[in-house]
Design a protein around this ligand. Structure first.
Ligand SMILES: Cc1ncc(C[n+]2csc(CCOP(=O)(O)OP(=O)(O)O)c2C)c(N)n1
Length: 313
């Protein structure tokens, strides 16, 4: 994906996520982490499988053709959401090559993604799976079982740890004794550490790992070091965050990319302003549309799937 499109998707994510967070206090904002997410899913082709982390999948869905209005509906529990407003607010479309978030259990998506990679290997068409997950999730047993299995069977999968330094209110320094990327050595696979605030660096690292997967050489573990700009969810005021846990100089991935585009002459300030206005209008329309939709009612919530109609004497 070219530099302009990478920036466009990061900006889409930033504007959409901040708008959703303003309306839903329990929205899990992705702000700050856009470069890691967009870079992770930028090089997938049709037929590949994507299993994005729960924080930030909306932009990954959009990059593969999802409708913003339906995503906004899901975020607000509306009947027109991709999962009819059921389950998690970040559930996305079926049928676009995603591993759906069917439950809130962190780590289970690694098992589904690894299983999908096994299916892709058996189909033998050179397709690959990219699976992202958080640093907290990396401490689940699922991580170890699945990376080990993928390494043994040389499955076509790329594991990207979206390391934002936090698991809710717990700082990663309290639960990670060593860099996550170092674990790769224990499974005999390549481990790549990348600046997760540099979208081009993430895209390139993941592209190389995808190529490796396509050729049958097996999985790669990538650790993308990024930062969580806000709290765990929109109304989290982060009273637990101390000075020691603040990144010294957090790099805003959007500002960095905007400067690069201008420096390289790929866009003018006027072009970028126009892009901003265009996406802002699209986001506004999607959010207003969703807010005016009906909430998921008993039919959408599956009351008829759970309760049998009582037989009357
Ligand atoms: C198995 C499991 N344990 C605990 C939780 C509760 N929980 C929800 S989000 C979260 C933090 C996860 O941290 P990380 O994987 O680093 O992702 P981040 O929220 O930082 O993006 C936790 C512990 C859960 N959903 N599933």
């Amino acid at each position: 994906m070219n530099a302009i499109d990478l920036y466009r998707w990061m900006l889409t994510s930033r504007l959409l996520e901040s708008a959703l967070g303003r309306k839903n206090p329990r929205w899990f904002s992705t702000e700050g982490e856009e470069a890691t997410i967009v870079g992770s899913f930028a090089e997938l082709r049709a037929g590949d499988v994507a299993a994005p982390h729960y924080r930030g999948p909306f932009v990954a869905y959009l990059m593969r053709g999802a409708e913003m209005k339906r995503l906004a509906c899901q975020a607000f529990g509306k009947a027109h959401g991709y999962a009819k407003g059921r389950g998690m607010p970040f559930v996305g479309p079926a049928g676009l090559g995603f591993i759906p978030w069917v439950a809130g259990d962190l780590g289970t998506s690694l098992g589904m993604a690894t299983g999908a990679a096994l299916a892709l290997q058996r189909q033998g068409q050179g397709h690959a799976c990219v699976c992202s997950f958080g640093d907290g999730t990396s401490n689940r047993g699922d991580f170890h079982e699945n990376v080990n299995t993928a390494a043994i069977w040389k499955l076509p999968i790329v594991y990207v740890c979206q390391n934002n330094g936090w698991a809710i209110s717990q700082a990663a320094r309290t639960y990670l004794p060593a860099p996550i990327v170092d674990r790769a050595q224990g499974y005999g696979i390549p481990g790549v550490s990348v600046d997760g605030n540099d979208v081009e660096a993430v895209r390139d690292a993941v592209a190389q790992a995808i190529e490796r997967a396509r050729t049958g050489a097996g999985p790669t573990l990538i650790e993308a070091r990024t930062w969580r700009k806000h709290g765990h969810w929109a109304n989290d005021k982060t009273p637990y965050r101390t000075a020691i846990d603040q990144p010294d100089n957090p790099v805003d991935p959007l500002e960095r990319m905007r400067e690069r585009l201008l420096e390289r002459g790929l866009a003018s300030q006027a072009d970028l302003d126009a892009m901003h206005r265009h996406i802002e209008a699209e986001v506004h329309e999607a959010v207003e549309y969703a807010l005016n939709q009906s909430d998921a009612g008993p039919a959408e919530l599956g009351a008829d799937e759970v309760f049998a109609t009582a037989a009357r004497a």
